[in-house]
Write a protein that binds this ligand. Structure first.
Ligand SMILES: [Zn+2]
Length: 420
């Protein structure tokens, strides 16, 4: 008689699975996803959740359509600290503007009325003073090896571009400083000054849960949409001038995503085909807190191996979410998630070594950093913008700021964290 016909099955030992036809016990002893994988090893896309297992899978199946998703964690070793760190002094220079709430600096409608706080901040977080990290060059190497389908980044620091990753490989999900355009400006008779007493023109707004935001009709600002280069805007910012449109005198804003703005069209245009085509996913240096970006990890096929390189465990399917990572293989039908806990650079170095690309990566980083050293020396010859008011490092993880700006629902939470 087989075990399956026993009315009372033997107790499971050492994690062994068991079947039962006892109707009272069936709910308790239903086959779990983990047990299914013991029955059918083909459900184990990865042997375990290690980096080695992930790379074995890449090699064995010659996977070459890798989608990479990144966040602020890949830029921290470039000297861009987390904006939540009090030592960055991010908002210190904005105190004189008496913002109605800190994130107003990233509200599109507030910006049209009072652009100065943003440009004060922008002067400090403008890209150009930072060198791409090992991680950025690893992504470029994937592209050069013909293994990168696309890199989705939440960062607005443009370090992917500085690292030499062709823009055709990039989706800058929260925009970037790389380009700018006229967004018009508030044209009501009131003078454009920053005040705590910001008029609330309408109660209805779809973009913020704050009653301090300002709702503008398009006729109030008349954006012509003329595009401008990063250098053109940067020139104005470092000369302490508000960049004004040459055609309509509107405000010219870098194309980073503010409260009240949609994500870039390219994000929506690319995600469907990229994530359905991807044959592997690598997620690096992001807390996966901001939607819709975070939800992208669930857009790849159910058998597509996924790797998380991060300082801490994030994005895990704990039963309360619709999906997420399943590093233990006990929730989803297929075991396909791998994990490396550590810095983005350490993870990418380890990954490159296992892929046989370790030496190429080291060479690439050394060569490119040497080039940037030359560029920086040349730039210093010209003129370095003076920074005053604080000896603290003023740079901030702009991506995190804008990520916060996009995640409108999280404003209250972030305010609490900032204790502002
Ligand atoms: Zn204009």
């Amino acid at each position: 008689m087989s075990q399956n016909n026993n009315i009372t099955p033997p107790p499971a030992k050492g994690g062994a699975f068991s079947f039962s036809f006892n109707p009272f016990a069936s709910r308790i002893t239903a086959v779990t996803p983990r047990e299914k994988k013991l029955l059918n090893p083909d459900l184990n896309i990865l042997a375990d959740n290690s980096l080695t297992a992930f790379v074995d899978m890449l090699k064995r199946n010659k996977l070459r359509r890798i989608v990479v998703m990144t966040g602020a964690g890949i830029s921290t070793s470039a000297g861009i600290p987390d904006f939540r760190s009090p030592s960055t002094g991010l908002y210190a220079n904005l105190a004189k503007y008496n913002l109605p709430y800190p994130e107003a600096v990233f509200s599109i409608n507030f910006f049209r009325k009072s652009p100065q706080p943003f440009f004060t901040l922008a002067k400090e977080l403008y890209p150009g003073c930072f060198r791409p990290t090992v991680c950025h060059y690893f992504i470029r190497l994937l592209a050069e090896e013909g293994m990168l389908l696309r890199c989705y980044t939440q960062n607005i620091d443009t370090l992917e571009r500085v690292a030499g990753i062709d823009e055709s490989y990039l989706v800058e999900a929260h925009g970037s400083f790389a380009s700018a355009k006229c967004v018009g400006k508030y044209r009501k008779p009131e003078p454009i000054v920053v005040s705590t007493d910001v008029p609330s023109l309408q109660d209805e707004t779809t973009t913020s849960d704050s009653d301090s935001d300002i709702f503008l009709e398009e006729s109030d600002f008349k954006a012509c949409g003329k595009e401008y280069s990063q250098d053109w805007v940067k020139g104005h910012v470092f000369d302490d001038k508000i960049p004004e449109c040459e055609r309509c005198q509107g405000i010219v804003k870098p194309n980073i995503t503010f409260f009240g703005e949609s994500l870039p069209k390219r994000f929506h245009a690319m995600t469907h085909s990229d994530f359905s085509q991807a044959d592997a996913l690598i997620v690096i240096g992001t807390s996966l807190q901001v939607q819709p970006f975070a939800g992208l990890i669930n857009r790849v096929g159910a058998k597509v191996p996924r790797l998380l390189l991060n300082m801490e465990l994030v994005g895990v399917d704990d039963g309360s979410k619709t999906h997420g990572f399943d590093f233990e293989g006990d929730r989803h039908e297929y075991r396909r998630d791998a994990l490396f806990l550590g810095t983005a650079d350490a993870g990418c170095e380890a990954l490159a070594d296992l892929m046989g690309l370790g030496d190429k990566l080291k060479d690439l980083v050394a060569r490119e950093h040497a080039k940037l050293d030359c560029d920086e020396a040349a730039d210093k010859e010209k003129s370095a913008p003076a920074r005053t008011e604080s000896d603290e490092k003023p740079e901030v993880a702009a991506a995190e700021v804008v990520a916060a700006a996009v995640a409108v629902d999280e404003v209250g939470e972030i305010l609490n964290e900032l204790k502002l």
